[in-house]
Design a protein around this ligand. Structure first.
Ligand SMILES: [Zn+2]
Length: 477
């Protein structure tokens, strides 16, 4: 015999619009209990009551606890933990019953928690403790207002994000938008966010609020990857999806195409994965690229502490260091080597650009496939709505489609990321030497590594003072 469960729904006064209205919560819970082959025998409904106000008595919640204890129901289905219990006290009373009757069933639509297992109960305690801490009536009311606006695709108030005009946040600020696009090209070409942050701080870019000059790393990252750039509406940092399964579009001007934006997001995400934590900021062009002519160890740049502007001493040198197992015998003034290598590399890339044709911008070839899957999904959902198929059938078919869609989207992002990366790296060929040295150091290194795999610095004879280019050996790809 099917197990009998109760459905618990709740909407609070300051809940987030009607997105999770009681009717929808109930429908979702019924689907879920159908799927588990449980029998939903009773619906407990507390409407318009805030679960985190201590003194509020939730009548149906109390009734549900009683029914559970009495064995009238064998479990609970709720939308999420948030609807069910926001007060640690309520949660503990619920947990007590689950401890007493280990065979009780439990499920939430969002699958955020399972009170039926000891681990789930521990997790629930943590989640409720946090929710309890962050619940403030006023902030929730403001959020509700934001969600309403968001669902209509309308912009919320507040200061304009960087990229849009201060007097009208629906209009693009052309200078800021150009700075964002430039920084995105740099990201695709291998420049670190930290480097862009430093430059923006120097130039006073990125932060529309006056007075605060410093910007956090994540602030810059957000500016360059914000869904707002393509007009996607977000809510609590998540892209908001409409009824049709497509992102809700805002009514403001956009700065990126979806392809450009996805490429940047993919590049940022990839970099985080590859090298989590802090990046080593390099100061010298050939650090990690130059090698000692004697021992072939990697050579690093080294600052000369005695150097002053106008002095004839070397500003920095490339030195084979005994510390890292090198021979310690080769050392050379840095600047002329960098200049020589930059000249050679730019020359080589100019020649190469002259013989290879400009790459044609290609569309991702599987657009139609993705569109088809999305249509399939919409049709399935519609078929269930009009009772042509059961919920169970829908939920069997949907996950496979969702997986296929997500994989295709990921592939599309990678495709455009690689294309944009190639483009960003391509345009080095028309740089002047000064322009080259004005680029961030990672970008300079990328350009060098595009042509060279290493630079070997051969030892100079004793007493030789003049720079001898023949002792610098570029190793071409
Ligand atoms: Zn050496």
């Amino acid at each position: 015999m099917a197990r009998k469960v109760g459905i618990y729904t709740r909407i609070s006064r300051d809940d987030e619009g009607d997105a999770l209205g009681v009717a929808r919560q109930q429908k979702d819970c019924e689907r879920l209990s159908d799927l588990r082959a449980w029998q939903a025998v009773k619906v407990y409904e507390d409407n318009d009551v805030s679960a985190f106000k201590r003194n509020v008595v939730r009548d149906d919640f109390e009734l549900m606890l009683k029914d559970l204890r009495a064995g009238l129901i064998d479990g609970i289905v709720a939308y999420d933990l948030d609807r069910l219990a926001r007060q640690p006290r309520d949660l503990e009373r619920l947990i007590e019953i689950f401890d007493e009757r280990p065979r009780l069933e439990f499920a939430t639509v969002t699958n955020d928690i399972n009170l039926g297992t000891p681990d789930g109960r521990t997790m629930a305690r943590i989640m409720v403790a946090f929710a309890n801490k962050s619940s403030h009536d006023s902030s929730r009311r403001i959020r509700r207002k934001h969600l309403e606006l968001a669902q209509q695709g309308r912009d919320s108030g507040g200061p304009a994000p960087y990229g849009w005009r201060k007097d009208d946040r629906t209009k693009v600020d052309p200078d800021a938008a150009a700075a964002i696009r430039e920084a995105q090209r740099e990201i695709l070409a291998g420049v670190r966010i930290g480097t862009i942050r430093t430059r923006w701080q120097e130039q006073g870019l990125g932060n529309p609020r006056a007075g605060t000059k410093r910007m956090a790393h994540h602030h810059v990252e957000h500016i360059l990857t914000s869904p707002r750039l393509v007009g996607y509406r977000t809510y609590h940092g998540e892209i908001l999806y409409g009824e049709n399964g497509q992102p809700v579009r805002g009514d403001w001007e956009t700065i990126n195409t979806v392809e450009e934006w996805e490429a940047v997001c993919a590049a940022v995400a990839e970099r985080k994965q590859k090298r989590p934590g802090k990046f080593l900021a390099r100061k010298y062009l050939l650090s990690g690229i130059a090698r000692c002519g004697l021992c072939k160890n990697k050579i690093r740049g080294q600052n000369n502490p005695r150097w002053e502007p106008g002095s004839r001493a070397a500003k920095y040198t490339y030195q084979c260091s005994g510390v890292n197992g090198g021979c310690g015998k080769v050392s050379r003034t840095g600047e002329p080597i960098d200049k020589l290598i930059a000249q050679l590399v730019l020359e080589e890339q100019r020649e190469r650009a002259a013989v290879t044709s400009v790459p044609i911008e290609r569309r991702w070839p599987r657009d139609a496939e993705l569109e088809e899957i999305e249509q399939d999904m919409a049709q399935l959902v519609e078929a269930e709505r009009s009772k042509q198929i059961s919920v169970a059938t829908l939920l069997q078919l949907l996950p496979g489609k969702e997986r296929a869609r997500d994989e295709l989207k990921l592939e599309r992002a990678r495709f455009y990321k690689e294309q944009k990366q190639a483009e960003a790296k391509e345009n080095a060929s028309d740089l002047s030497l000064d322009e080259f040295f004005a680029l961030p150091i990672e970008r300079q290194q990328e350009i060098v590594l595009h042509s060279l795999s290493a630079v070997i610095i051969h030892p100079a004879g004793r007493g030789r003072r003049k720079f001898d280019p023949s002792l610098i050996e570029p190793v071409w790809h």
